[in-house]
Design a protein around this ligand. Structure first.
Ligand code: ADP
Ligand code: MG
Length: 726
């Protein structure tokens, strides 16, 4: 007989067979190892289990919480009560009995329960007027007979697995799967080899792999279960951070970067030309950037700052350093309209300097494009502004020394990687206005050095945000007309009604007509929508800036980065449909000067009223409740917080890290075990350990680290693309 191996197909495990093996294969479980790593989704702990007599005492004493009882079905009854049906199942244990009732889904429950079966029933019990203990629509989990005896007698913690349809259809449920996995563990778990280096296991007091796998399935105690869970969380974060460390290391050891010199006269001339003083945070960040730039190590820095905190000026001064060293500098923006705005702003700021500035975007005419590319190639052009097409197209730079990436959350790790793999080593400054929680920054941008602008320019007054019902629209229009006398302009935003652009255009036009027929008709109204090409959009924005319109109706195309100093009112219709970061970005379109700005969130009257009366504390809300109330929570948060960082914490609680994580960065492994909202401490440890290991042994050559290299190659191959291990 062949020796056993973790790679053995699961078909030959008792209880599996060819048909079930196929079903397992279809959900990615092919061999024993896969099965051992199919972890339970929840557990039932004997400590929370009460006998029936105990539950009865609780209820009589007025306890109203949830309880769990394990009991056997003694009787099943379908009662016709006037026109309704009630489905009743009676249970008992050695201390007493109770009943469970269902009013809905009776057809299904009728087929489910059988006399003599054992169940764990969880719910809030009451006593009926006949003095019976009763649960209405409780949660329940089935046990096999021997399991239930075993369970009750020995006090085990029972695992529950999520059972995909393909397994159910092969008659495999919880009980069956538990048996199969139990078998696999007894026969094979001894073959598992450790995937973390010994010194880390010792240092962090981590449970070894064999005991972790055993205890994650069949915990000997709650303590061991917690240790096993922590191990898998740590391991997952450790490997992700190892990838991050490798990426950082790879960047640093690439060919030498540029050692810039600071020409103070140029910077002074620029600062003197500004009509405002830089904030302390802007100055602090600038000095961090300068330190990087005069160092020959390539800079790779993330600049985080809320919308309107003045990141552009900071990047511009850095660019000035680069171009006064005779290098070229480039700004990549996520959209053409934003690239164009940067172009206009920078051209204006640098009008007294002798630098050639060009805009290169998809919409540029072909002949013009070729001329610009030519100028980029022969070094005539000093500052190039464009979309990321710039990096991907056949653009050759004469002497590219500095790269600014604006609104980084729109680009992925892969984009950065591309830049690096092009073999250029410019200094790179990445700017983001999407404030993300610290734990996410540490993970997603762990390979970057971090600079933060927290302080807003001094002249800013916090934006006033209000929530109104739709019946207040006429009042809102009156407010806009009033404020117009003080030179205010207004954005009125409404969400995409349909996915289709055609319908979107239609809705925009209908809305535009509607407003023209409202009391707003005394003002000049413009329209901006997603169907316009960038030139039309740009013209509309310019007209708005030049006061050809007082009010601009818009879909969400104005979301990113547009700067119109006198537009100080933004009305957001159907505000409940937007995500929190989107709302914050939209609000950031106003309040960019020294006047009081207003953001008015409009929603249905009923929701507006409910939201105003909705007081909550996350601590006391379950996940389901959070989900149910999420539009109220979002709208409330917008009224309450002006800081993007605070909103990002709320967003994290609403959406969960997985969602944010997934959307933000393609090319990152998904988190399965760790939760970045609760596992910060583990994350910090894992990161320190990973960075230390890569610092000491960058190619993972040492014997102790060999397993790391192995696991990276086996499980994270895709993510290793931009590193030197492989
Ligand atoms: P963001 O960080 O969103 O990119 P910007 O750089 O576009 O912000 O700055 C927003 C506005 O604030 C611009 O009009 C800019 O000129 C102005 N600004 C930048 N820094 C200051 C400052 N220190 N004091 C006053 N206004 C400033
Ligand atoms: Mg900006």
């Amino acid at each position: 007989m062949q020796p056993k191996s973790l790679l053995d197909p699961i078909q030959f495990l008792s209880g599996v067979g060819p048909k079930r093996a196929e079903a397992f294969n279809s959900i990615g479980i092919k061999n024993i190892e896969n099965l051992l790593f199919y972890f339970p989704s929840k557990y039932l702990d004997r400590r929370n289990i009460l006998t029936i007599v105990k539950v009865m005492q609780h209820v009589i004493n007025g306890y109203e919480g949830e309880v769990t009882v394990v009991a056997k079905i003694t009787d099943i009854e379908l009662i016709n009560y006037y026109k309704k049906q009630i489905f009743k199942v009676r249970f008992s244990d050695s201390t007493g009995n109770f009943e469970c009732v269902w009013f809905k889904g009776i057809k299904y429950f009728k087929t489910l329960f059988n006399k003599g079966e054992h169940y764990a029933i969880s719910g809030k019990p009451v006593t009926t007027k006949y003095g019976n203990l009763q649960f209405t629509h409780p949660d329940f989990d089935k046990f096999s007979d021997d399991e239930s005896n075993d369970f009750i007698n020995t006090g085990k913690i029972i695992p529950y697995y999520s059972i995909p349809q393909s397994l159910k259809s092969k008659n495999l449920g919880d009980i069956g799967l538990r048996k199969i996995i139990y078998k696999a563990i007894t026969e094979y778990s001894g073959l598992l080899s450790e995937t973390l280096p010994k010194n880390l296991i010792e240092k962090n007091n981590i449970l070894d792999i064999i005991n972790s796998v055993k205890n994650i399935h069949f915990p000997e105690s709650n303590e061991l279960l917690a240790e096993a869970k922590n191990r898998f969380k740590y391991e997952e974060l450790f490997y992700i951070e190892t990838l991050v460390a490798l990426r950082k290391h790879n960047y640093l050891t690439k060919a030498k970067g540029i050692k810039f010199q600071i020409h103070s006269d140029v910077i002074k001339k620029f600062l003197d030309s500004l009509t405002f003083e830089l904030t302390n945070d802007q100055l602090k960040v600038l000095s961090e950037i300068k330190t990087d730039m005069i160092n020959p190590k390539p800079m790779n820095r993330l600049l985080q700052g809320d919308v309107g905190s003045g990141k552009t000026i900071v990047s511009l001064i850095s660019i000035l350093i680069a171009v006064s060293n005779n290098y070229q500098a480039v700004i990549m923006a996520p959209t053409e309209i934003l690239a164009d705005q940067h172009y206009q702003t920078i051209a204006k700021f640098l009008k007294d300097f002798n630098f050639n500035i060009d805009l290169l975007i998809g919409g540029t005419k072909k002949s013009e494009k070729n001329a610009i590319k030519e100028k980029i190639q022969n070094g005539e052009c000093n500052i190039i502004i464009g979309t990321h097409a710039l990096i991907e197209e056949d653009v050759d730079f004469a002497k590219l020394g500095f790269v600014v990436i604006d609104e980084q959350h729109r680009f992925g790790v892969a984009h950065r990687g591309k830049l690096i793999s092009k073999g250029i080593t410019p200094d790179v400054l990445i700017m983001t206005a999407t404030p993300i929680p610290r734990t996410l920054t540490m993970t997603l941008y762990g390979d970057l050095d971090l600079s933060i602008i927290k302080e807003m320019p001094k002249n800013r007054i916090p934006i006033k945000t209000a929530l109104r019902g739709e019946s207040s629209l006429e009042d809102i229009y009156k407010f806009i007309i009033d404020k117009h006398k003080e030179n205010y302009q207004a954005f009125i935003v409404f969400p995409l009604v349909e996915e289709s652009e055609k319908l979107d255009l239609k809705a925009a036009e209908v809305y535009y007509e509607e407003l023209k027929n409202s009391s707003l008709n005394t003002l000049k109204i413009g329209l901006l929508h997603g169907r316009m090409n960038w030139k039309e959009k740009d013209e509309t924005m310019q007209s708005f800036k030049n006061k050809k319109f007082d009010v601009l109706i818009s879909t969400t195309v104005i979301e990113v980065g547009i700067d119109i100093p006198d537009a100080n009112i933004i009305v957001i219709n159907n505000a409940e449909r937007f995500g929190l970061s989107q709302l914050h970005q939209l609000r950031g379109r106003v309040g960019r000067g020294s006047d009081q700005a207003f953001c008015i969130l409009v929603t249905k009257d009923e929701l507006a009223a409910k939201t105003r009366n909705f007081n909550y504390d996350f601590q006391y809300l379950s996940k389901t409740q959070i989900d149910f109330h999420k539009s109220k929570i979002r709208l409330n948060a917008m009224v309450k917080h002006t800081s993007g960082f605070e909103l990002s914490e709320v967003d994290l609680k609403l959406r969960g890290p997985g969602d944010i994580f997934g959307k933000m960065q393609s090319g990152f492994p998904n988190l399965i075990f760790a939760d970045l909202t609760t596992d910060q401490e583990i994350l910090i440890n894992a990161k320190q350990d990973a960075f230390q290991i890569i610092e000491d042994d960058k190619n993972l050559k040492s014997k102790e680290n060999y397993m790391i290299k192995n696991k990276l190659n086996n499980y994270y191959k895709e993510n290793l693309k931009y590193s030197t291990v492989g």
